[in-house]
Design a protein around this ligand. Structure first.
Ligand SMILES: Nc1ncnc2c1ncn2[C@@H]1O[C@H](COP(=O)(O)OP(=O)(O)O)[C@@H](O)[C@H]1O
Ligand SMILES: O=P(O)(O)O[C@H]1O[C@H](CO)[C@@H](O[C@H]2O[C@H](CO)[C@@H](O)[C@H](O)[C@H]2O)[C@H](O)[C@H]1O
Length: 473
């Protein structure tokens, strides 16, 4: 395995989902579990899923790396090729599992058959497949990795029914960074689907498991999540960008997006716990915002000059009456929403902000965090077009989308008879919303500084604008 770990140390930093800042030191193998290859997949010697830890990193992370070991002369998808290693005295090709149909087929089978895999030897991990009650498994036909920037790796599985006709495909998201505890992407979407919500894709099933962490001991978490895939459907980011570029009115779509958001919040409030916040909860939330601003100043020192203005916004929110806390989306933006024909808006990726701890992301939160996320996204549409044009464009478009979205949310809650926030004054709600909008823009400063420096001006300008607009007179 040491040869494989060396190969992975070189390969890992080039992956979009690698969370470290530089090449990892020697990776540590925490455990592994094996999947059985089907007789349909020839030339496969082994399918093993390695759980490796980048222990030398400032914040050590555990990654899930499925590996398909194939004959050295196998025809391998170039994007998935990791390298050659010696296996039982013989050279073999190592393939990143999601890029290999043998892994996709085996993973889908683990879920559909409610299978289990107990790794062998020291540091063995365990994995359990669990189908959603009533989910029907069609026959695996082929698979491919979803392209695009992703924090995880999603595999699209094309399926065939008993008559050999193409059936609705599946998307299996393989979580790359593992944490002990529930992954909200799985728990929230499964709860929404079980409640009959049409605002998330139908759930097919999940893989969860256990592994040993040298610091934390025995951990349990989610490894993969499978849902129906809406083929050929665009996300709202692309729809909105095109509309703004063409100067097309987006207010009806923004209004219905607000209604869909209200529907999801109302369902989550019904099926998951709700908590009335006390002053300690509020203080802690505001403290997290202040801490985040500190991190952003380290990424972009020019923000230091805004410290008093930022604090004014947060202090006003701290003194406000807050709405009930409940489970929310957590990292809501236009890229997380699909416009599905005959179904309407469908929400994806309930994992929460990748830069927050899992414990935070699994706690009841403020619905305004989601509203703020989407408002920031309208600003990003204008910002992305402005970066491209070299001058400010589409600001009126963003303002109109913003107003329609908020109106749609209010109308949606009213239509559902949901009370969230209704007992609280409009001024208090506004103070909380503005604080979360500012907090999200500050989060985006950190995110863009680390991932897309060309876009850093978009949230940086927003921080300035939001603090100016809400400065105390
Ligand atoms: N069920 C689905 N149907 C169609 N497209 C999907 C589906 N799930 C995800 N996608 C596409 O995959 C992209 C990434 O999915 P997401 O869950 O956000 O992954 P990540 O956590 O890696 O960012 C989405 O923006 C969307 O375009
Ligand atoms: O989708 P992820 O969970 O990976 O979210 C992260 O990446 C997003 C970018 O892909 C980032 O979103 C920011 O950019 C979007 C445009 O690309 C914009 O619509 C969002 O409003 C903006 O926040 C997200 O913040 C980050 O967590």
């Amino acid at each position: 395995m040491s040869e494989v770990l060396d190969l992975l140390s070189d390969w890992l930093p080039n992956q979009r989902w690698f969370a470290g800042e530089s090449r990892p030191g020697r990776l540590e193998l925490l455990g592994s579990y094996q999947l059985r290859a089907s007789e349909h997949d020839s030339g496969v010697r082994m399918i093993t899923v390695a759980l490796v830890r980048d222990a030398a990193a400032e914040r050590p992370q555990t990654y899930q790396v499925p590996l398909v070991v194939r004959d050295i002369d196998a025809d391998v998808e170039p994007l998935g090729y990791i390298g050659a290693a010696t296996e039982h005295g013989d050279r073999a090709a190592l393939v990143d599992g999601p890029h290999d149909p043998a892994f996709a087929r085996a993973l889908m089978g683990l879920i559909a058959d409610e299978g289990s895999s107990i790794g062998a030897g020291e540091g063995a991990a365990e994995a359990y497949g669990q189908p959603m009650p009533g989910a029907h498994a069609h026959r695996f036909a082929s698979s491919r990795v979803l392209s695009g920037e992703q924090s995880n790796t999603s595999i699209i599985c094309d399926l065939r029914d008993d008559d050999g006709e193409l059936a609705v495909p599946l998307i299996i998201k393989v979580f790359r960074t593992l944490h002990g505890g529930d992954n909200p992407d799985v728990t929230l979407q499964t709860a929404l689907a079980a409640a009959g919500s049409l605002r998330v894709p139908p759930t097919f099933g999940q893989v969860s498991g256990t592994w040993h962490d040298p610091d934390a001991g025995e951990l349990q978490g989610h490894f993969a999540f499978a849902q129906e895939f809406f083929a050929g459907v665009e996300d709202a980011w692309r729809v909105a960008l095109r509309a703004a570029e063409a100067g097309d009115d987006f207010s009806q779509l923004a209004h219905s997006l607000g209604e869909a958001t209200a529907e999801v919040h109302a369902t989550l409030a019904r099926v998951m716990p709700q908590v009335a916040p006390d002053q300690d909860d509020v203080d802690e939330a505001v403290e997290q915002m202040r801490a985040r601003f500190g991190v952003a100043v380290r990424e972009l020192p020019e923000l230091e000059s805004l410290v008093d203005a930022v604090d004014d916004v947060y202090e006003r929110a701290r003194r406000a009456t807050w709405p009930s806390l409940q489970r929310i989306h957590g990292d809501y933006h236009l890229g997380q929403v699909l416009a599905v024909p005959d179904r309407g808006w469908v929400l994806l990726d309930f994992e929460g902000e990748p830069l927050r701890s899992l414990a935070e992301r699994n706690s009841p939160d403020v619905p305004q965090r989601d509203l703020a996320g989407m408002l920031r996204s309208f600003d990003y549409v204008s910002g992305a077009l402005s970066v491209r044009a070299g001058r400010e464009v589409a600001r009126a478009w963003a303002d109109s989308a913003r107003a329609s979205f908020l109106q749609g949310y209010t109308d949606g809650l009213a239509a559902l008879g949901a009370q969230s926030g209704a007992e609280i004054g409009a001024e208090d709600i506004e103070s909380v919303l503005v604080a979360y909008e500012l907090d999200k823009a500050i989060y985006e400063v950190i995110y863009e500084a680390r991932h897309r420096p060309d876009w850093l001006t978009i949230p940086a300008l927003a921080v300035r604008r939001l603090t100016e607009r809400h400065a105390r007179h």
